[in-house]
Every structure is written in structure tokens, then in C-alpha cells.
Design a protein around this ligand. Sequence first.
Ligand code: HEC
Length: 481
Amino acid sequence: MNGFARTSKFRYNTHGPNLRSAIMLAGGNDDMATTGTVFGRLALGALGVTLASPGIVLAQGDAAPTYSKDVAPIFREKCEACHRPGYIAPMSLQTYAESRPWARSIKNRVETRQMPPWHIDPAVGIQDFQNDRSLSQIEIDTIVRWADAGAPQGNPADMPPPAVFPDDDVWNYADRFGGPPDLIIKSTPHTMPALSQDHWWKPTVPTGLTEDRWVRAIEIRPSTIEGRKITHHALAILVQEEDEADKASLVADGGAGLLMDWAVGKEGEIMRENSGKLMKAGSQIHWDIHYSSAGEEITDTAELGLYFYPKDAPPKHRQVLNIWMGIEGGPSNLLLAPNSVTTTSQHHVLPQNGRIENFQAHQHLRGKGMQMTAITPDGRSQVLSRVSNFSFNWHNNYVYADDAAPLLPKGTVIEIKSWWDNTSANRANPDPNQWVGWGARTVDEMAHAWVNVTYLDDEDFAAAKAEREAALAETTDTGAQ
Ligand code: HEC
């Protein structure tokens, strides 16, 4: 038995039927036991949450949570990055007076896991992410009980200290790398009217690079504080000519790909050890920026800051962004009948051993969810991640934690499966009586996952797996005491 089998047995004892059925959905205990080390640590986040709950319940007894003592600390940590004056969310949640009127709506949004925007299914697949901003079940319960009790303020003396947010005017990694980014690329300016529907701004800008460079860290930020009010999210996609050999293997499924996506609260991205993105001479950045109006006319640009590896010390492993499509036979095969619920899927084969770094689902208004499953050459399958509550407003990128990013051998089949709801039950659906096909407009549909893969040769792959197994055994041993 490997370490993972012990972990999942342990989880069976502590979780109710929900997680058990989730595990069955995910391919059954058999698969988990034998492929756990390959796929990474699954659902350990959920484990911690459940274990902690009896203690908390005891400590709090039946007394209703108060804003000052119980709820404000959660808002500080999980909401205020967006819900504070001048930022993207429609209202501030920094004080009792500001929060109280929204108690009912807050209850609804957190209970349904629409807020904070984090739509990964908590019961299936990998649960350890670098950038997790979701609420634990305990936090959700606390907020719900608070709202149900009439949203009491409690004693203002119990308030946590104000949250400290990173300075918007500095580059977050400047200290770490000893200065501002090596290269800063700006999008062209865009003006958002005071009142307007959302805009998607997609300029292409040359990087100006005259030689190839390896990227080790990336930051994106709106250029001005004002700009933060309108910048919902920003994607920077790298466009460049690839060598023929790389085209055949590494970048067969897409292009050089996304460098980074930015949304409020995101610091930046540092590549995993000895891994990087290759930016070629003559490359370009294709921006995809989602702007929302903020009641006043604001003009802004977005800035991409790139830190490079030293020229004489490039990383060994190349990370490539795949755009894994989700319609067998290609986009023209997507056709959603009026008033129908449908699923679609497509399969992709890993050309090399790889570490899967993230999962980012892309659909439009009829899209309800997307799942990424790995079927290894030995025939076993495992759901890696599922977005079960897709919202077109939020193009969340779910970045796996270091020891959770799945390590998959060459030849692994990746299945991308999507759910669609073209009925009136889907509240985002503008018209359930339309036939809907593939297209760029929001009222058309799309289905693909943006997935970064770091490719590893056989030797490095074996080493990475051994390292993972050792780390996993350690975690499991302490966890099971
Ligand atoms: C990443 C930014 C972000 C974070 C973090 C976030 N929100 Fe929001 N929130 C928004 C935005 C933007 C909207 C408006 C668009 C929407 O509804 O999706 C919103 C809408 C809401 C609404 C609905 C307001 C209305 O008009 O009815 C509620 C309630 C809410 N958020 C509560 C929360 C709570 C509670 C948290 C923390 C537990 C939180 N949000 C975390 C950005 C955020």
C-alpha cells in the first residue's frame, strides 16, 4: 500500500457520505490507491477542514457568531481585496455599517459558493492550490449562522486589525529579485465610459525582444490606481514562431500560450524550480482585458512585468500552455439545441511526460462546468479538477500547489468534458430558444481549458515522482496520527 491509500482510508472515516460518493465519482477507491502518488495529493484541503470542525463547534457552542468577532476576520482575509472602496466589487465590506445591509445577499452568495469567486468543485479532484481564495465549510457555516441570527454586530472591541494590502504602486517581486522587472510591456490605452456594458480590449503589442529569454516570474497590474476600478481581469498571451521540432512535440496543441492572467488580489506568478517560459526574439503579447464601467470615465493600460533567468543560467524545463479543446472533431461540431442540457468532450494525448500546473476552464453563457480527467497508459482514470459552477464573469485560473501538481507519463490521455445548460433554468442564458454554436461572441459558445504543462524527460520525471512519493508519505504519516 502506498501512502495515498492510507490517506484516503483515513478520509473515509472522517467524512460523511458526500465525500465517499465524490470519490466514487472520481473513479473509485481502487484508482485512488494505486494512482494517488502519480496524480498528487487529492482533497487534503478538505481533510483539514473537516477535522478542524468539531473543535470549532465546541468552542463556539450555540452562541450566534457576531460580525466583530467571527465574520469580520473572514471578510478581511477573503473579501476585502475586492470589496473595499475603489476596487472592482460593487460594495465595500470593511465595516459593520457597510456589511449589515448585504447580510442576506452575502449568505446567499457564500452558501452557493458564488463568492468569493472560486468555482472548483470542493468534493472532487485535487484540492491543494497555490491561489485558493475559497471559504472553508466552517467559514461558510459561520457566515450563514450570523446572517440567520439577524447579523448581530457584537462587541466592536472584538474587531480584527485592519487588513494590510500590498501597495498598488510597487512591483510585488522587486525585493525578491533585486529590482523592478527586466521587461515591462504595456497594453495600449483604453477608455471605459462612466456607464457601459463590459468591454473586452484585445490589443497586440510587440515585446521588443531581439534574443530568446527564459521567464522566471511574471506580474500584471493596471497602470494606475484608478485603473483598478475598471480592470476586472487581464490575460497576457504570448504569440511567437515556434521551431518545427517544438511544434511537433511541445506546442502541438496550442501556441506558446498564456503568460499570466491577472485578477484583483493576485500577486503574480513565480515559475516552479528550474522551469520557465521561453519568450522568443520577435515575440508579441496579445492582451485580453475585461473592463467594467465604474460610474466615471477612466482611461488605463495594463502592464506586464517580466523577470528573466540570467542568460547564462536558463532553466532546464520548458513550460508550455496548452489550449485543450473540448469538442470532439473540432469547434464546428458544437451545437446546442434549444431548451436542452448537453455534455461534450474531447481527448488529448500528452506528447511527453509532464507536470500539469493549472486548470482554467473557458466557456460562455450556456457553459455550466468543465472537468479535466487523466487516463494513464495503464488504463486508470482520475478526475484532476472540475469546475462545477462555471461563471462567465470569472475566468479563474486554478494553480496546483507544488506537491499537488499531477505528474503524468507520456501517452496519458487528457479528457476535457463540458456541461451545457441551454434552458431557462440557467439564469445566465440570454435566450433558451436559440440554437447555439461555436463563436467568439458571448452569445455563441466555446469550450477549452488553458493548461500549463512542464515537460520532463524520463530521468527527471522519475526523480520528480520519487520526490513526490517521499513528501506524500511524510504528510500522510503525520496526518494519520
Ligand atoms: C476577486 C474579487 C472578489 C472577491 C475576493 C469577493 N468578491 Fe464579492 N463580488 C465581486 C464582484 C466583482 C461582484 C459583482 C459581480 C458579481 O456579482 O459577480 C461581487 C458581488 C458580490 C455580492 C453581490 C452583490 C450584489 O450586487 O448583490 C455579494 C453579496 C458578495 N460579492 C459578497 C462577497 C463576500 C462575502 C466575499 C468574501 C467571502 C466576496 N464577495 C469576495 C468581487 C469579489
